[in-house]
Write a protein that binds this ligand. Structure first.
Ligand code: NAD
Length: 425
């Protein structure tokens, strides 16, 4: 039986689409957004659900379900990743697409927001099954994407290799090589220098910028990372390199590992590269993913999936700063609790915007047939992230709201201005 005072979201996983809409409603009220623009932004512009029949290695055919959602195209082509995961649903993709709209607007790059995914378990599929599924998915969504319409990218469980297949399949369909249909490609087929680690680097820059403003000393600061994948690994590694932080706990889907004296990030990364799990790391105590979030630290980086910090655990979180590497890891109830407790949260739409920013650089290089050096890419990423963090910080300190609302104020204002400037039919 559920205790009467147990919050609803503590017993059922929060629906990310509800979370995303409630976040929009809060900022719409704060901004006094007109009802028409608010209603328009509450609804994705276009959604497509497709069947993805795939021939499996044993000769059978399995039909997966794929999605692409374009939330807003008001500031430019849709942009957003593709997720391969057993829990992918249309509601999740809609939420992620809306968050992409705000993210692109926060860092002020000329894109709208989109997202896609396939409900599948890539860990149970061979490389050739994944390739056939990806190519078929491209054929199914090709009518609604394009280098100036909607440009996918990697997300959970989608690698540069998958982006390479994506680009090739689309190019074959349209009859000409089209590298700018997708970003996050391998370097050899038009990828950008610095893209692989860009999201983690962006997290690092946002952490540095906010720490400086709240007088948080990063040298020796303890880091906890939930989700030791692309984002989490690079964020931890780069923060250690540049600021001598000490990562005391990390996790993946197998669980977590904790050592108050610090973990060897390079050894952990090697372990993951060789197909291992963080729980294979020998020098630490096993913790669950729930326990990991409550470990005392100065910086907590949730970089796995949505709805991890809820009203059920927000009171037990012991950190000074949260940097959301993942999209949507904190529910609105938890946001309020953390804010009341004086814990600062750098919201996803800012903290993890380094990935889409560098995707934009990759797309520009493709469209212009240019090659930018690693130095150029990192320099431009730093400029963009530092400027965006400063803009959000100014609203945060002037309006006395939490950082998520501050970021949303910046973003929604930009999107609403674009809608007004174009006029609404
Ligand atoms: P990834 O697949 O490389 O890594 C995800 C990691 O999370 C894996 O180590 C996985 O084992 C772990 N994980 C899965 N379920 C977990 C759970 N319940 N508890 C703890 N760990 C769990 O994915 P990624 O690209 O690093 O993406 C992680 C998050 O960052 C997602 O929310 C994604 O939307 C967001 N993000 C990614 C990018 C990017 O460029 N890759 C950009 C912006 C945002």
């Amino acid at each position: 039986m559920i205790a009467e005072n147990t919050p609803r979201e503590a017993v059922a996983v929060a629906n990310p689409w509800d979370t995303a809409r409630r976040q929009l409603d809060t900022v719409a009220e704060r901004l006094g957004l007109d009802a028409g623009t608010h209603a328009r932004l509450r609804q994705p512009r276009r959604m497509i659900e497709v069947a993805v029949p795939t021939r499996m290695d044993d000769g059978s055919t399995q039909v997966f379900t794929g999605y692409r959602v374009q939330h807003s195209l008001d500031r430019g082509p849709g942009k957003g990743g593709l997720r391969y995961h057993p829990d992918v649903t249309m509601d999740e993709v809609k939420a992620l697409a809306m968050w992409m709209t705000w993210k692109c607007a926060v860092v002020n790059i000329p894109y709208g927001g989109a997202k896609g995914g396939i409900t599948c378990n890539p860990k149970l599929m061979s490389t050739s099954e994944l390739e056939r599924m990806t190519r078929r998915f491209v054929a199914e969504i090709a009518p609604v994407i394009g280098p100036e319409t909607d440009i996918p990218a990697p997300d959970v469980n989608t690698t540069p290799q998958i982006m390479g297949w994506f680009m090739d399949a689309y190019s074959n369909l349209v009859g000409k090589r089209t590298p700018s249909i997708v970003t996050g490609k391998p370097l050899d087929v038009g990828g950008s220098e610095g893209r692989t680690e860009a999201t983690g680097r962006g997290v690092m820059i946002a952490v540095q910028e906010v720490s400086r403003r709240i007088n948080l000393e990063l040298d020796g600061a303890r880091l906890v990372v939930q989700g030791f994948g692309n984002v989490g690994q690079y964020a931890a590694d780069l923060l250690r390199d540049e600021n001598d932080t000490i990562t005391v706990a990390v996790s993946d889907s197998s669980g977590g590992i904790y050592n108050p004296k610090g973990l060897d990030i390079r050894q952990l990364r090697r372990l993951k590269e060789e197909g291992g799990r963080v729980t294979d790391y020998p020098d630490g105590d096993r913790v669950s993913n729930e326990e990991l979030l409550e470990i005392p630290c100065e910086v907590l980086i949730p970089s796995a999936l949505e709805s991890q910090i809820t009203s059920a655990n927000a009171n037990r979180i012991q950190t000074k700063l949260i940097a959301e590497g993942a999209n949507g890891p904190t529910t609105p109830e938890a946001d309020q609790i953390l804010h009341d407790r004086g814990i600062i949260g750098i919201p996803d739409v800012l903290a993890n915007a380094g990935g889409v920013t560098t995707s934009y650089f990759e797309w520009l290089q493709g469209m212009r047939h240019e090659y930018w050096t690693r130095h150029e890419v990192i320099g431009r990423l730093e400029d963009t992230m530092r400027r965006a963090t400063a803009e959000v910080w100014d609203v945060y300190s002037m309006e006395k709201v939490d950082m998520r609302l501050a970021a949303y104020i910046v973003a929604v204002r930009r999107v609403a201005n674009a809608i007004r400037a174009a006029g609404c039919a």
